[in-house]
Write a protein that binds this ligand. Structure first.
Ligand code: ADP
Ligand code: MG
Length: 251
């Protein structure tokens, strides 16, 4: 996957600010993510985690500051934006697969349309990725025929098929039945081990402990704390993080 040697971060947010009307939803965000780093973003509902993810691939514009991917500033619009956006794979809480396309078609659509791969190359790669996430037997089926956990693994394969430089996951397991959470997390842990750069919004602390290099705690649109997982979970510094952790640990 990504191999870089110049020491520059793969993703850099500097002085990022965003408002929704009066609501200052991202406040002075400075965040560097190194190639191969796995960053878990945690924080209460409404703290700006999803907006942060969406800003990273310009699904949301920012009013102030700068975001670069692999040293390139994200353009406002047009072909260049489509190309750079394809460098950022995104997996959402809801799987967003195309209901009227087969699993295989879901995974080959982007590579053929945006990456201009041939159909046969795209299918070959798609089958490898479906195999990797453990759903190769479902390739000819439609999304509704799969379980939630299988659909989310297809969504991961679909994002990977674009050969992204970084993968963003926004609460990828929170819409899943409990017994399906681990099959998705296991795929994500495998990706992390393979060196994929990942930003993962999740409250799954098991995942954070197994796979994350760093945990960032957000509250009120700010990054309040940033630490290694073990340090963060055992010894959070801020009262806000302590309060948040006591709630999610005891629920
Ligand atoms: N499109 C939008 N328009 C107006 N307010 C929004 C919009 N999207 C999110 N918000 C608000 O921005 C804040 C941060 O939302 P979000 O990034 O979704 O937080 P999180 O993912 O941490 O729960 C919340 O107060 C939310 O209501
Ligand atoms: Mg959210």
């Amino acid at each position: 996957m990504t191999s870089r040697s110049n020491g520059e971060p793969l993703v850099r947010l500097s002085g990022v600010n965003k408002w929704f009307g009066e609501l200052h939803v991202l406040q002075d965000i400075d965040l560097d993510i190194a190639a191969g780093e796995v960053l878990v973003v945690i924080g209460p509902s409404g703290s700006g985690k999803s907006t942060l993810c969406r800003a990273i691939n310009r699904l949301e514009p920012i009013e102030k500051g700068e975001i670069t991917i692999d040293g390139e500033r994200l353009p406002e619009e047009g072909k260049e934006l489509a190309r750079l956006r394809a460098d950022v794979g995104m997996v959402f809480q809801s799987f967003n697969l195309f209901a009227h396309k087969t699993i295989l078609e879901n995974v080959t659509l982007g590579p053929t349309k945006v990456r201009k791969k041939s159909k046969s190359d795209a299918e070959k790669r798609a089958r490898e990725l479906l195999d990797r996430v453990g759903v190769s037997a479902q390739a000819e089926k439609y999304p509704a025929q799969l379980s939630g956990g299988q659909q989310q693994r297809v969504a991961i394969a679909r994002a990977l098929a674009m050969e992204p430089k970084v993968m963003l996951f926004d609460e990828p397991t929170s819409a899943l039945d409990p017994e399906m959470i681990n099959e998705v997390l296991d795929v994500m842990v495998g990706l992390a081990k393979d060196g994929m750069t990942m930003v993962v919004v999740t409250h799954e602390m098991g995942f954070a402990r197994r796979a994350a290099n760093r945990v960032v705690f957000m509250d009120g649109g700010r990054i309040v704390e940033s630490a290694e997982p073990e340090t963060f979970f055992t010894n959070p510094r801020s009262d806000r993080a302590k309060d948040f952790l006591s709630k999610i640990l005891t629920h």
